[in-house]
Design a protein around this ligand. Structure first.
Ligand code: HDD
Length: 706
């Protein structure tokens, strides 16, 4: 580890990649004064050089290099945003392989050697919206990981959903055009709720399975930290003996898989469009770095055709009953980015970036992706994009690719070709670590085709739907109904109903009723009724319930019980949660009793909303409860949280306030466990547990009304 990196970062955070970028990292606060880009000290950055008579302003002089440089640099600040996945946020971290038997499948050191710490950079994204769109829209989330390994960069460019909309890369431009804002008016932003997306769904039945996932709660994750990740495509692994295995990659979040309710997601789009971005940074900065286990599913080369689906079809999962997950390592994201543009924006991923022991399959989506990513980076960043600090490998790299715009590596030497008379930078033999291409025998007819199993598009859409819990099915039906209600062309919303009826009859009938389409009288095809494990989010509750990194609002007004607030805050912090005090004003709020110190509220009632918190706690205190009960926004806070089935803890007089605010006398709070006790001896009856798992059920009219 370089000493410079250690100066910049605490030891625990510095790794080989941060050390690699040390020469480019400049801290503004260490700089003495302002200069131009060519180093000239600047004495006046505000006034353009002009001709004047000392009193009246005259014409500006083009000769002013300081003004011209400033304006020119500004004019060129923007680069093309990503054509998809434009909005993203990222973090640094590391990956460590477990002591597993992954060596049976792959020779890749990053996946097999537990003594290695491989630096990673992960960028999460939404797909449809532009760079300035909101975080909590209904969309697929990108989950792209760059592993800076000792054998080069490996980019696992995946999503939070294990499958994709289309089977073949050549369809991608049409699909993306259909889901992106419509061409005539650039509407809508960050949504698939429009005619063209659903028209495409109606006409391309291979989208059935993925649309079910995207309309499920998976489309509105609570946090990047609470999402699964998937490589989606079928890759290959080869072991030291040269045996080949097909592989799917899975990221499993330590915190479980959780989502917003649709109502929360919609509101947060306006209340805090950067919610996910802030959430990632907040967790890392508060010492709750997100963690995922990497697991693989493997199928030996010889068993490729043993399944009733094609294992190279990216619209299909490999059900875990058939191909179990094998955990092989874990990833922790523990450092936020230093600068958004040079790191999060300039990072560039390529599915074609693999390392020895990892390779491709003939998955027709992957084959096209392998071409597309490199190409898009050229238009976004220029041909030397791989040299940018965030993109370059940490291992030595050298070849005879040369020149091009913005080349900044200086390569000394008299030859720039291979073979050369000095035998400089010779190819690396496979025995010495050179990439080994798995020999595959190919014979066939040149034609445009897709195999027979690729023609089946409904079985797994049904499998997914059947595997959901009742409330998840309800959410899915409501999501589709919301989207189709935003389609104003009857050709679109009416034709969607028979397509849904191919998946599940009841679902199609309910959606038809909601959106005004013709309700089908019988199913288009029988629902096979089968289910699979680990498709419902309920299968992903964390093993040990935790409130770590959860945001808890402590709602107070003057006259609150200071001892209770102090104890509750302490208990939340001790459990790793992030408490915020919310009061009638951002300022000191005074407790009951004379001579006590006040508590400074982090926000006032209007400054934040319940949607941005996982749970609410209200302390005792008569005057406090009275003020809350007479404040419309305070009532809205608890009523809304209650409607979203969030945990609400109340002590003393706050219980009556809660009962009246929620208009449900007799709610029993006895079910909450005690997690702390007030210094006064009174029990603080609150345990937020896994806040997305309702601990009591409100009448559905209320929970659904929110
Ligand atoms: Fe893609 C970006 C994920 C199919 C072409 N894609 C991009 C990103 C993610 C994915 C996470 C953002 C990377 C980042 O953060 O910079 N894409 C997927 C997944 C797919 C998929 C999981 C299906 C398995 N993509 C796909 C196809 C094509 C592309 C079939 C083209 C034929 N994707 C691109 C792209 C992007 C991209 C145009 C835009 C910006 C970029 O690459 O760097 O090349």
């Amino acid at each position: 580890m370089s000493s410079v990196a250690q100066k910049i970062l605490p030891n625990s955070l510095a790794n080989a990649k941060t050390a690699d970028m040390k020469n480019e990292l400049v801290d503004v606060k260490d700089q003495k004064g302002m200069t131009t880009d060519f180093g000239l000290p600047v004495s006046d950055p505000d006034r353009w050089l002009k001709v004047s008579n000392g009193e009246n302003i005259g014409p500006h002089l083009l000769e002013d290099p300081i003004a011209r440089e400033k304006i020119h640099r500004f004019d060129h600040e923007r680069i093309p945003e990503r054509v998809v996945h434009a909005r993203g946020s990222a973090a640094f971290g590391y990956f460590k392989a477990f002591n597993s038997d992954a060596e049976k499948y792959t020779s890749a050191g990053v996946l097999t050697d537990p003594s290695r710490t491989t630096p990673v950079f992960v960028r999460f994204s939404t797909v449809q919206g532009s760079r300035g769109s909101a975080d909590t829209v209904r969309d697929v989330r990108g989950f792209a990981t760059k592993f800076y390994t000792q054998e080069g960069n490996w980019d696992l460019v995946g999503n939070d959903i294990p499958i994709f909309f289309i089977q073949e890369a050549m369809k991608f431009p049409d699909f993306v055009h259909a889901v992106k804002p419509e061409p005539h008016n650039e509407v809508p932003t960050g949504q698939s709720a429009h005619n063209n997306f659903w028209d495409y769904f109606n006409l391309q039945s291979e989208t059935s399975h993925m649309v079910m996932w995207a309309m499920s709660d998976r489309g509105i994750p609570r946090s990047f930290r609470m999402m699964q990740g998937f490589g989606v495509n079928t890759f290959t692994l080869t072991n030291a003996a040269g045996e080949l295995f097909f592989v799917k990659f899975h990221w499993l979040p330590e915190l479980g898989v959780h989502s917003f309710t649709w109502d929360e997601a919609l509101k947060i789009c306006g209340q805090d469009p950067d919610f996910h971005r802030k959430d990632l940074n907040e967790a890392i900065e508060n010492g709750a770095p997100p963690k995922w286990t990497l697991a693989i599913q493997v199928i030996p080369e010889t068993q490729e055709h043993d399944f009733d689906f094609d294992i190279l079809d990216a619209t299909k999962i490999w059900p875990e009953e058939l191909v179990p997950l094998i955990p092989i390592g874990e990833m922790i994201l523990n450092k936020t980015v230093d600068e958004y543009f040079t790191q999060t924006e300039q990072v560039a991923f390529c599915t074609s970036h693999v390392v020895p022991g990892i390779g491709f399959s003939d998955d027709p989506l992957l084959q096209g992706r392998n071409l597309s990513y490199f190409d898009t980076q050229i238009s976004r960043l220029g041909i030397n994009w791989e040299e940018l600090p965030i993109n370059r490998p940490i291992c030595p790299y050298m070849n005879f690719n040369r020149d091009g715009k913005a080349r900044h590596r200086i390569t000394k030497g008299t030859v720039n070709y291979w073979p050369n008379r000095f035998e400089q930078i010779p190819p690396v033999a496979v025995e010495n670590g050179g990439y080994r291409q798995h020999p595959a025998k190919i014979a066939g007819v040149k034609e445009r085709m897709r195999g027979a199993k690729f023609q089946e598009h409904y079985s797994q859409a049904q499998l997914f739907y059947n595997s959901l819990a009742d409330h998840e099915k309800l959410h899915l039906i409501k999501a589709i109904s919301f989207e189709l209600s935003h389609c104003d062309d009857p050709l679109v919303y009416e034709n969607a109903i028979p397509r849904l009826n191919d998946i599940d009859h009841d679902m199609a009938v309910q959606v038809a009723k909601n959106v005004g389409g013709p309700a089908p009288s019988e199913p288009n095809r029988k629902n096979h009724g089968k289910k699979s494990k680990n498709l419902s989010q309920l299968d992903f509750m964390p093993k040990t319930p935790t409130i770590k990194s959860r945001r808890i609002a402590i709602l107070i007004a003057d006259g609150f019980d200071a001892a209770v607030v102090e104890a509750a805050k302490g208990a939340f912090l001790a459990a790793g949660a992030v408490p915020f005090v919310i009061g009638p004003r951002r300022g000191e709020i005074m407790p009951e009793g004379a001579g006590q110190k006040g508590v400074f509220a982090d926000h006032h009632f209007e400054g934040q909303r319940s949607t941005m918190f996982d749970a609410i706690f209200i302390p005792s205190g008569r005057a406090c409860a009275q003020t809350l009960a007479s404040n419309g926004r305070a009532i809205h806070w608890v009523l809304e949280a209650f409607g979203h089935l969030k945990a609400i803890g109340a002590v003393g007089e706050a219980v009556a306030f809660l009962e009246s605010a929620c208009r449900l006398p007799g709610i029993s709070f006895a079910q909450f466990e005690t997690v702390g006790s007030a210094p006064s001896g009174g029990a603080i009856t609150v345990d937020f547990g896994v806040v997305t798992a309702p601990k009591f059920s409100a009448p559905s009219s209320i929970s659904e009304g929110w």
